[in-house]
Design a protein around this ligand. Structure first.
Ligand code: AKG
Length: 255
């Protein structure tokens, strides 16, 4: 991790804009370690994971792997990275309280076929009250305009939840139905990132990512989700959402 993190600065940025951009949060050595462990997990652990935690752009093509869910539950290395790490410490700083570790994801957009991530607010998926959570997104390689960088609407976390509807995108099933309005278009900011840079956003912050238009570059990142300790899940709503999603994915033979 970078030697001295000015946590107060990033907390102020997070509170005021609903996002913080932290360059070089992980060193290149740390990124290489994460990459090696990911390669190991893809080789050895993924074949044992339930299909609803492993998404491909094309199920018949293993190189089209686009998303892994709950990595921390499937592997000790990633469990430690989620639970006992500078990521967790940063989550507690940004949310100003103890946190609960919820999900660790792997995101890839394969060259040419990696689809756009529709505009959404994570809190719509989380079904928590109060809507107090942080998602961290760690670039594992250069992510720019060509291979699909993340774009945010700063300060959108100060407003309410926008209407969401089905997107048909595996892994990002819900998107904002009235996006973009004129204000979204005027305010959106793209965040290209180098390997090791970290983006952290509030659960109400509107964001999306463009498709991977590169003919040969992948677009790899790790996502970490932490809920503030007092955020209560609506378990009924969450279970209903999950079973509807599973039925849809099975019906469309996506998993
Ligand atoms: O990697 C992406 O395309 C977007 C990730 C995202 O939306 C999230 O982590 O909430």
């Amino acid at each position: 991790m970078m030697a001295q993190l000015n946590t107060e600065h990033f907390k102020n940025q997070f509170d005021s804009d609903g996002l913080a951009f932290i360059p070089s949060f992980q060193s290149q050595l740390e990124i290489a370690d994460i990459q090696n462990n990911l390669d190991r997990v893809i080789r050895i652990v993924v074949p044992t994971m339930p299909p609803e935690h492993v998404f491909y752009e094309d199920k018949q093509e293993s190189s089209s792997l686009k998303q892994l869910q709950n990595l921390h539950l499937h592997d000790d290395y990633f469990n430690q990275l989620m639970n006992d790490s500078p990521f967790r410490e940063l989550a507690e700083t940004l949310l100003g309280a103890k946190v609960v570790c919820k999900n660790m994801q792997y995101f890839n957009k394969p060259p040419k076929t990696g689809l756009a991530t529709p505009a959404h607010q994570d809190g719509y998926y989380f079904k928590i009250s109060p809507c107090a959570a942080v998602t961290m997104w760690l670039a594992l390689e250069l992510v720019d305009h060509e291979n699909g960088c993340v774009r945010y609407i700063p300060k959108s976390h100060l407003k309410s939840m926008r209407p969401h509807g089905s997107t048909g995108t595996l892994g990002f099933s819900q998107g904002i139905t009235d996006f973009p309005n004129a204000e979204d278009t005027a305010n959106e900011v793209a965040y290209p990132a180098q390997s090791g840079d970290l983006l952290a956003h509030h659960a109400l912050t509107i964001h999306r990512a463009t498709a991977n238009h590169s003919p040969n570059r992948t677009r790899k990142a790790i996502g970490l989700i932490y809920y503030r300790e007092d955020a209560k899940e609506d378990l009924k709503a969450r279970a209903a959402y999950k079973s509807q999603l599973l039925a849809e994915m099975n019906a469309k033979q996506r998993i």
